[in-house]
Design a protein around this ligand. Structure first.
Ligand code: BGC
Length: 289
């Protein structure tokens, strides 16, 4: 199996570049809020939604310059954008961010709960602070943002000729909602929690015409996992885990999100879309299976 995956023997696999893709312009008139949108996956999602026609709230908690740059890029593309600071793990900050967003754009149709972080440690060394930080941002943060978004979606309801749904929620999960992750029990627990948070919310809000879905990225080229891809040795090791033979790019996730929040996915709710180059198909790949 490994031989067939050797790029030298089979040029169809290996370190392939992703193809350039376009975004369909199907989200005009639908303001979106993306948390953690100043870098990595969140930034790509914010830019992708804007490319689909949405005005975008670019949430950040550190590095306002990066968030402003994302907002400027969106404006340069002809959409409106505002950078808003809020720590998603803090109720007061989340509430005032959503209030400012609605004030600024009139309403919201899309909320992408993306902000997330890692604080890795072996279990016997993991501090309660590391545990609480990850659960606070990755899980409680998604609850707080989903709650505010649903309040606004329910208040406004469906707007004809804008979207078939009253609102769309996307929860950024991970392959580790499924694949256990030794050395990262706080992170894996937060993402397992995100899955049931998303599914329970999807069930609860469907009668109001609100859709909720998850996206589970695999290894994506972002700062959170730089050590896993920024040397040739690390990249090759990573590729033993990825059947598709390339690392994910932030745009891969943005494309999936833009489809999930569009009317093309109007009958999709409570689903998790794995965007992982096949990583979750065969978690044993690393050890040769
Ligand atoms: C983590 C990355 C990791 C990837 C695959 C993601 O959820 O944030 O650090 O590389 O899962 O293991």
């Amino acid at each position: 199996m490994n031989g067939a995956r050797d790029p030298a023997e089979n040029p169809a696999v290996g370190n392939r570049e992703p193809r350039a893709r376009r975004f369909p312009v199907v989200l005009d008139g639908q303001p979106a809020l993306v948390t953690g949108a100043n870098s990595g996956i969140g930034k790509a999602v914010a830019l992708g939604l804007a490319a689909c026609g949405a005005d975008v709230v670019v949430n950040y908690v550190v590095n306002s310059a990066a968030a402003e740059e994302v907002a400027h890029d969106i404006e340069a593309g002809g959409r409106r954008a505002i950078a808003l600071k809020a720590d998603v793990s803090r109720e007061d900050e989340v509430r005032s961010m959503f209030a400012s967003a609605v004030d600024h754009f009139g309403t919201l149709h899309i909320a992408v709960n993306n902000a997330g972080l890692q604080r890795d440690a072996p279990l016997h060394e993991m501090t309660l602070e590391q545990w609480n930080k990850v659960i606070g941002v990755n899980l409680t943060g998604q609850f707080l943002c989903a709650r505010e978004a649903v309040r606004e979606f329910r208040r406004r309801g469906v707007v004809d000729n804008v979207s078939a749904a009253a609102g769309k929620l996307v929860f950024m999960s991970s392959v580790h909602q499924e694949i256990p992750w030794a050395g990262h029990v706080n992170y894996a627990s937060s993402k397992g929690g995100v899955m049931q948070l998303m599914r329970s919310i999807a069930q609860e809000v469907a009668p109001f015409g609100i859709r909720a879905n998850g996206v589970a990225p695999g290894a994506v080229r972002t700062p959170i996992n730089r050590a896993a891809w920024d040397t040739a040795e690390a990249y090759d090791r990573l590729m033993t885990l990825v059947p598709y033979g390339r690392i994910g790019e932030p745009e891969d996730i943005a494309q999936a999100v833009s489809w999930l929040v569009s009317d093309a996915a109007d009958y999709v709710t409570g689903a998790t879309l794995f965007v992982d180059g096949g990583m979750s198909l065969y978690p044993g790949f690393a050890t040769g299976g």
